[in-house]
Write a protein that binds this ligand. Structure first.
Ligand code: G6P
Length: 369
């Protein structure tokens, strides 16, 4: 039964471990003969997507962070402008809607009040069409959108979203590739990305679960802290935001997230041995930049925890602990680096004796404004 904990002590841990299966099922739903089939978004998808020239994404919470990753994917792969906004903000402003813009809502539940209100508002505001990327087929968002991409995460019980988030990222990869197909990406490039990146996602995600023990050790070092700072750059900045949100939600430790380049504009003033800094630093085009940011943290006496696939570029010490990640394609890095941050929040919460699956003051689905 999908909604039982099985052998796991908490739903959240079970759901973290279900991610490779959830990704495999989501991808297989979208593929026909190894190629992304546009009809995974609905019967009319080919017609609608052919005319799309820009994308506006709206969502709340963890789903909003997926949207921020989506912007990078859509602009990098499809070369279409993309904007992302909290649904609660979008619904109360007067958006200027560029011609032929697709309105995308992201949601695990499909019932979040602000996201639903944003969708209803968008439908009157002149967008070309709407798409819901959602985990619940029978939800209001799915019913009220022109197009639907149903993530195959299965029921998610833990209030802190995990497998819904990573399957949303995969859904956004797929959307970006479909928009790219309509904007001149050749079939060979697309097939290579599908085969070498998307099809590998489930294996990469599975392999980082083996970091669990090392992450529990880091969690032990964080349990007594009052504040933490998460850093990332480029497409990893939303992952820093998501890592910080996970920690806040279930451990009740204050966590902030910054893009590394903004350190000097404020947060560096807070860095000392009592404020751990957790960084995601894959060997992408911004690696040297985040590396320089982390050197500044170290020079100020900060305590660093670095997740990277280039451990040889850091001198490990008590002040700089390095967690070796597998090499993955740039497009998969956000997905894969999310997993250890989920595990970190989980372990801190467990050690602190909190109610992991039902954090105080929070609800799984926020159906009132
Ligand atoms: C609540 C949940 C979060 C979730 C957010 C958006 O705050 O606790 O985990 O990310 O709502 O929910 P949705 O169902 O729209 O993704």
């Amino acid at each position: 039964h999908a909604a039982s904990k099985g052998d796991y002590p908490h739903y959240m841990l079970k759901e973290i471990h279900e991610q490779s299966t959830a990704l495999r099922q989501t991808l297989s739903m979208a593929l026909t003969d190894e190629r992304i089939d546009e009809s995974c978004l609905g019967d009319n998808a080919a017609n609608i997507l052919a005319g799309i020239e820009a994308v506006q994404i709206c969502a709340c919470g963890t789903s909003y962070h997926a949207g921020l990753v989506g912007r990078h994917l859509i602009e990098t792969l499809a070369k279409r402008p993309c904007w992302v906004e909290h649904a609660s903000e979008f619904r109360y402003r007067d958006p200027v809607v560029p011609a032929n813009t697709l309105f995308v809502v992201l949601s695990q539940s499909g019932e979040t009040a602000d996201t639903l209100a944003a969708l209803r508002y968008a439908r009157t505001a002149g967008y070309a069409a709407s798409l819901a990327i959602c985990n619940v087929a029978s939800s209001s968002l799915v019913r009220e959108s022109d197009l639907q991409f149903l993530t195959q995460a299965g029921p998610e019980i833990g209030v802190a979203s995990t497998k819904a988030f990573t399957t949303q990222l995969l859904g956004l990869d797929i959307l970006a590739l479909l928009l790219a197909r309509h904007n001149g990406m050749d079939a060979i490039t697309e097939a290579a990305i599908t085969k070498h990146s998307l099809k590998k996602a489930c294996f990469a995600v599975e392999s980082v679960l083996s970091l669990d023990e090392q992450i529990r050790d880091i969690a032990q070092q964080l349990v007594d802290k009052q504040h933490t700072l998460f850093l990332g750059r480029g497409v990893m900045y939303p992952i820093a935001l998501e890592g910080a949100l996970k920690l806040k939600e279930i451990s009740y430790i204050h966590a902030d997230a910054y893009p590394g380049g903004e350190l000097k504009h404020g947060p560096l003033a807070l860095v000392d041995e009592d404020m751990p800094v957790i960084a995601t630093a894959p060997g992408d085009k911004l690696f040297a930049k985040i590396q320089a940011n982390l050197q500044e943290v170290e020079a100020r006496g900060g305590q660093l925890f670095v997740f990277t696939d280039r451990p040889e570029c850091f001198t490990a010490s008590e002040r700089c602990q390095v967690i070796t990640m597998p090499h993955v394609d740039d497009i998969l890095a956000p997905l894969v680096y999310t997993i250890p941050l989920q595990l970190l929040a989980y372990h801190v919460s467990v050690i602190r004796g909190n109610n992991v699956d039902q954090p105080r003051n929070l609800a799984k689905s926020v159906t009132v404004e």
